[in-house]
Design a protein around this ligand. Structure first.
Ligand SMILES: Nc1nc2c(ncn2[C@@H]2O[C@H](COP(=O)(O)OP(=O)(O)OP(=O)(O)O)[C@@H](O)[C@H]2O)c(=O)[nH]1
Ligand SMILES: [Mg+2]
Length: 308
């Protein structure tokens, strides 16, 4: 889990950079790339990230504390409300705010328009990155989008990047570093996130559930690590519970003759093994817990505000 150890230089910078935007624009992909390791789960579906995730990067004399946030959208359920509140709170607490837009979308998305309206009211200059430029064939379309965004008057800088390929990301990083306040590093040099391993392990399983399940099912479930046992031979036994809301969803998660949960278990176990650099024995159980998304306890673990 730990990166290479770097000695802290004499004159240091340190600060929080919140990455905000509509769902699915590539916020988590970007944070992982900037950190150089996976700290936040990614999927092709909207609303993958559910809570604030801290990703820590070091560049020259600076320690940059990236806050990956849930996508901002019109919330309906309690969980949605808490996710959106966490995103705005992430922005409020940060030294710098970076708004990400999916430049490959043909239609201007309503969510981004609403976010920009809210930013205007907040009267705060923020940085903008047009992401997924690898998917945009016509340069003119990008330039037109950049000009349109510039006219809003909300942005101090506009970048064109691909979080996926890394295109333009170095430039962005350089500017972020130059805008950070001076100050001592807040985390040890080799730390890349503040997320407890049990929670990160649950997120890895949730990512594979998101990738392998469709329609409402990914949104109706949550994953919790119930036990974590280290063995002398270096291996670890991790037991997790997948909570769903209804019997029908449980049947879908389990799949025919247990095929779905088996595939998820294998994928998550392989990924955990790589992250932890040790043998992992992952055990998954699926349980119906009607109304888990209304339970206060579930929110505390995720650092979400139940009353948001
Ligand atoms: N082609 C391309 N795909 C990208 C890029 N950045 C992200 N993606 C893909 O876009 C999808 C969403 O990425 P995420 O990083 O999960 O997006 P997010 O903004 O964190 O989404 P939420 O957490 O749901 O708000 C995934 O399938 C990514 O692989 C990019 O620069 N180019
Ligand atoms: Mg995300």
């Amino acid at each position: 889990m730990s990166g290479k150890k770097k000695a802290q230089p004499a004159a240091t910078r340190c600060g929080f950079v919140a990455v905000i935007g509509a769902p699915n624009v590539g916020k988590s992909t970007l944070v992982n790339r900037l950190v150089g390791a996976k700290v936040s789960i990614v999927s092709p579906k909207v609303q993958t990230t559910r809570s604030r995730v801290l990703g820590i990067a070091i560049r020259d004399n600076a320690q940059i504390l990236f806050i990956d946030t849930p996508g901002i959208f019109a919330p309906r359920r309690r969980l949605d409300r808490a996710m959106v509140a966490a995103a705005w709170q992430g922005a409020g607490d940060a030294d710098l705010v970076l708004l990400l837009i999916d430049a490959s979308r043909r239609q201007p998305d309503e969510e981004t328009a609403r976010i920009i309206e809210d930013l205007k009211r907040a009267d705060r200059k923020i940085l903008l990155a047009l992401n997924k430029v690898d998917l945009v064939k016509q340069r003119e379309r990008l330039l037109a989008l950049a000009a349109e965004m510039d006219r809003t008057g909300c942005f101090s800088d506009i970048f064109m990047i691909s979080a996926e390929t890394g295109d333009g990301v170095d430039d962005l990083m350089r500017v972020l570093v130059s805008r950070l306040p001076s100050g001592p590093w807040l985390y040890p040099e080799d730390q890349i996130t503040d997320m407890p391993m049990r929670l990160l392990a649950a997120e890895v399983t949730r990512e594979h559930l998101f990738r392998q399940l469709h329609q409402e099912v990914p949104y109706a479930l949550t994953v919790e690590t119930e036990s974590w046992e280290d063995f002398e031979d270096g291996s670890v036994k991790i037991q997790q519970m997948i909570l769903v809301e209804r019997e029908g969803q449980k049947a879908i998660v389990i799949g025919k003759a247990g095929a779905r949960v088996k595939a998820v278990r294998e994928a998550a176990q392989a990924e955990l093994q790589e992250m932890l650099e040790r043998r992992v024995h992952l055990f998954l159980a699926v349980k119906v817990r009607e109304g888990w998304s209304e339970e206060r306890e579930r929110y505390k673990d995720l650092g979400l505000d139940w009353e948001a």
